[in-house]
Design a protein around this ligand. Structure first.
Ligand code: NAD
Length: 360
């Protein structure tokens, strides 16, 4: 047993089909009087239903969350909240909506209740992201952590199958990197292994029948554990690469995670024996990297970074950014190694030897 340090994060989690109905009680339990409901324009209708359900506890709907959280959007939401006399926020949606809630919490310190509708896991982390003057910045601050999170799998029934798969792989990536994080602990290892297992098991069932409530609940349960792992550990190579590809080349978030994860894991897994053993248990496969690649393709996910818009000419810039600053990773991060990894991901190269694994 290696020494460890574990800081549990202060937050209340409520999970269950139909659990959205407990939102008014949650608002009251936090001592809030009027909360502004945040959403993307696409989920405005859902936000309006939530607002209606809150009755007099609602200060209205602000359905203007967008990707990459421009700082102006946090300021605008704050103005809307002030004008409506709001004392807190409910963020209903995926990572972009939770991200807006976090940006507001960072700037103005107001409590957030998160109601996640994807598997991204942002609601479990003190990690914020903001875009100011065209530059995306991220950081960690406990004050951006939602005060409460309500997980209602029924809200994920509308998540399109393609997004369910890539969002699920985004979550698995949190577990994978948590398993070899320098600040991992016995608790994060348990959460990560179980989170990955639950998602690997649930995603094929979601694809087979997107209306399968048990599969949706199992996937969201896995996403919770993976998000909680991310919230308690430091990210390594995989997340750094995806951040570079998203931030510099504007590649889509969850799809990029899905394509890169098998290659990043293939790069690292032989150098992280405990993580490899945990992922072998979670996937049932001898070679978890190859297994994740096969699974993602079987479930219809994009297979290469080229499909997502990256070009050969972008590789050198990505290598330079990803190797500029040192960070913890089980295997040394070299220019040559990252060039090879990214070239494979660009072309969707085969990763042999998955072994049987869990049936998809
Ligand atoms: P998203 O929040 O951008 O959602 C994508 C689209 O899907 C939006 O239009 C949204 O309204 C819609 N959508 C969400 N749930 C739906 C549902 N159940 N049914 C139908 N449509 C639905 O996507 P995401 O992948 O959840 O989040 C990505 C963002 O989150 C990125 O900006 C990423 O950087 C951030 N993120 C942050 C953290 C963190 O810890 N800070 C972790 C993971 C992701």
């Amino acid at each position: 047993m290696k020494d460890f340090h574990y800081q549990s994060l202060p937050m209340r989690v409520s999970f269950g089909a139909g659990r959205l109905a407990s939102l008014p009680d949650e608002v009251r339990a936090l001592g809030l009087k009027r909360v502004l409901v945040l959403a993307t324009p696409f989920q405005k209708e859902l936000a309006e239903q939530v607002s209606e359900q809150l009755g007099g506890l609602s200060a209205g709907v602000h359905a203007e969350a967008e990707m990459h959280v421009p700082i102006e959007s946090a300021h605008k939401a704050r103005e809307v909240a002030k004008a409506a006399g709001a004392d807190g926020y409910v963020a209903v949606g995926g990572g972009s909506t939770t991200g807006l809630g976090k940006a507001i919490a960072l700037e103005f310190g107001m409590p957030i209740i998160a109601v996640p509708t994807t598997y991204a896991g942002s609601e479990m982390t003190p990690v914020w992201g903001l875009t100011a003057n065209g530059e995306k910045k991220t950081g960690r601050d406990p004050k951006v952590l939602p005060t409460s999170v309500i997980y209602d799998p029924e809200l994920t029934l509308t998540l399109p199958v393609g997004m369910s798969v890539t969002s699920g792989f985004n979550a698995i990536a949190h577990a994978v990197e948590g398993l070899y994080a320098p600040d991992g602990s016995p608790i994060t290892a348990l959460m990560a292994e179980e989170g990955a297992r639950a998602l690997v098991d649930a995603l094929p069932r979601v694809v087979a029948d997107p209306a399968d409530k048990d599969a949706r609940a199992d996937a969201l349960y896995g996403a919770w554990l993976c998000g909680a792992t991310l919230g308690a550990t430091t990210m390594s190579l995989h997340h750094k690469l995806c951040h570079t590809l998203g931030g510099t080349f504007n590649l889509p978030h969850a799809e990029t995670h899905t394509v890169v994860l098998p290659y990043a894991l293939a790069y690292n897994q032989e150098h992280a024996p405990q993580a490899l053993a945990a992922l072998r248990r979670a996937t049932g496969a001898e070679n978890p990297a190859a297994y994740l690649r096969e699974l993602s393709l079987k479930l219809g996910a994009p297979g290469s970074l080229r499909e997502l818009g990256l070009e050969e000419a972008d590789i050198e810039k990505a290598v330079a950014i990803a190797t500029k600053n040192p960070y913890a990773n089980p295997r040394e991060v070299t220019e040559e190694g990252i060039r090879d990894l990214l070239t494979k991901a660009l072309n969707g190269a085969d990763l042999d030897g998955a072994g049987p694994g869990r049936p998809a």
